[in-house]
Design a protein around this ligand. Structure first.
Ligand SMILES: [Cu+2]
Length: 262
């Protein structure tokens, strides 16, 4: 009898909690975070960290070995999947890649994870995640799309920026401007300095114009992630074998520096 009454309280309580958690709080972001956004000195490696996380809340999720991880520079694509090392990122499994550059260039690092099954949304999620790194202060080619199914093309140069600058980007779906696309924005609170006043403050949101172009001012130094989500035109079999929708995320990470005193 006692057990039954406990259960009858517990079940609605669990349901209530599940329903009360705002959807936005579940916004995961693919993350590709290099140790520096611009490499000035020669003979230094750049460590690139791959994860699937809640960047503002500093919560990691398990990341399986990605389907693809590569870099693109001057139109040349280099597969890096075999060079990934397992790593613990925000308390969960991720990967790192140590890049020891030999020549200057703008390098775009791209992760295509394996489809992630999200039971809360009853769909798969694939975040095509991109970060642009300037090696030996090169500046050419950062605005070139890689040619991903979904992609954010930076219109503000994605490095050499200061806190307070406005990021401008264009959402592309199959290489075409995605009119009125929604873009989620999250700050990577790496040092766990901040708390959100409310749920919607964790993941902010901006809507692109008719040309897929959006602007967002970044009031803090550090990494900022932009994610535009759209439904794929295909389905894949879910855990029970029936076809499920696939959400494609175009994710881009950019860095804002602090002004430095002389
Ligand atoms: Cu998550």
């Amino acid at each position: 009898m006692r057990q039954k009454s406990n259960l009858s309280i517990l079940i609605p309580a669990v349901l209530l909690i599940t329903l009360a958690v705002p959807w936005q709080a579940h916004s995961h972001f693919g993350m590709v975070i290099p140790s520096v956004p611009v490499l000035s000195e020669q003979n230094r490696p750049v460590d690139v960290a791959l994860s699937f996380s809640h960047p503002f809340e500093f919560i990691g999720m398990e990341l399986d070995i990605p389907k693809r991880f590569f870099m693109v520079s001057s139109g040349q694509q280099t597969d890096l999947l075999d060079s990934l090392q397992p790593a613990n990122i925000m308390g969960s499994s991720g990967y790192t890649y140590r890049f020891t550059p030999s020549r200057p260039g703008v390098y775009q690092f791209v992760m295509e994870p394996q489809p992630y099954w999200e039971p809360l949304e009853n769909r798969f999620i694939i975040h095509y995640t991109k970060t642009v790194v300037s090696i030996f202060e090169a500046e050419d080619g950062w605005q070139e799309p890689v040619g991903l199914p979904v992609e954010i093309r930076p219109l503000l140069r994605p490095f050499g920026n200061y806190r307070g600058n406005s990021f401008v980007g264009q959402v592309l779906v199959n290489g075409k401007a995605a009119a009125h696309a929604e873009v989620e924005v999250e700050y990577y609170d790496k040092d766990q300095r901040f708390q959100a006043p409310t749920g919607p403050h964790i993941t902010q949101m901006v809507i692109a114009d008719a040309n897929g172009i959006f602007t967002f001012s970044c009031p803090l130094g550090g990494w900022w992630g932009f994610a535009s989500l759209s439904l794929a035109d295909y389905k894949i079999p879910g855990p029970k074998g029936d076809d499920k929708e696939v959400e494609l995320g175009a994710v881009l990470w950019i860095f804002m520096d602090e002004y430095q005193r002389r």
